[in-house]
Design a protein. Sequence first.
Length: 464
Amino acid sequence: MTTENDQPLDLVGIGIGPCNLSLAALAHGVPGLRSAFYDQRPSFQWHPGLLIEGATLQVPFLADLVTIADPASPWSFLNYLKTRERLFPFYFAERFHIQRTEYDAYCRWVSEQLPGLHFGHHVDAVRRDPERGLFEVDFTQLGPDGEAEALGRTYARNLVLGIGTTPYVPEPLRPLTDAPDVPVVHSSDYLAHRDRLLRGDHLTVIGAGQSGAEVFLDLLRARPAGRERLTWLARTPAFAPMEYSKLGLEQFTPDYTRFFHGLAQPVRDELLPRQWQLHKGIDHETLAAIHDELYRRTLHGGWPDAVLTPGVSVRTAGRVATTQVELHLEHGQQGTRSRLTTDGVVLATGYRESRLDTVLGPLDAYVHRDAADRPQIDEQYRLVLDRGVQGSVHVQNAERHTHGVGAPDLGLMAWRSAVILNSLLGRTAYPLPSRTAFTTFGLTPGPGSGQVPDQRGRLVRTRA
């Protein structure tokens, strides 16, 4: 086994998705900070199965990897355009929300230029070295075919876990994945299976979030008028728009994140499901595009052969012969049941945070947990560890239960990265605003209540 560094690193990041790519980009701007980031994939990828032509981000282009924390960073989206000599075309396009394919290309540009990123490296184990007060990280270097080529080890004073989320398939739908002769795919793999799906006579999309809407629209546009043979099912009571009012969006500000973190855990748990329309609704433009496409198909009389039904859950599912699947459906409000036979299914059923214990291994025993056995995470996105553990373990996009619906939001990504860097450095590398919203989310603590966040994102007492 080879040792990656003779001297311990200040920071090792595990996983290189947008969140840790943001942290790596901001860390690059801190003189003297030694860091390395590892990912088992051969290169950067961001939801490749959902880079549908024309699909856009639901956040403005300013929600790039760095701008909210450091607008002058060389890793900004605008600087990416400048290096590609595309600033003037972008200026005239007047595009506030860029296409997903462009965001993916921007992130790949950063990942290919930024030093300290190690793709093709699988982290095998993370342990404490109590004598040196360091974290020991073992990894396997992978070849182009994914086979192990070499073993390595590095040491770090601090860790950041950015291992992302995994596609989620609800229990009643899991038997569908055992139907190899029928295309049943999670939306995360949609584009890889699109051609095979379109060969099916009847197709079903399950899930009423943005991904489900985009997949349904893409399939609809690809089917001939009058022979669409599409069904779109959702558990939500309506195909509802995403909350996008300006004051509503202030729930994706650091002010709201601090407010949410300060609530009692039972209150957080009760609040989160009620906020589904903040992040599980559908973009207004996508809803309008679906309606426009359906309406266009009525111009010569008749209705498109498409069924859109909210309020429906799948009770059970199974195969019919070898070429179809059967869904057993229930309408919650009607109290009725029916069956649907289909030739292909896209499961737009969302994602779940990846389990941290699979990465932490022996360190997991030192993590403090709440009553629901979830990791406790403080305001600076650090796992709460036993007092004897030196150094810190920060997390990215794994803290929805402690920090609220903004955890996976790209708009808070650079701010969170800055909080993490300020915290582990013990100084202000990136100044942060003391207030970010017009809304005051609680009586105390909060802006104007005698407690305001300092430059490291912590609440401190001031004179009334």
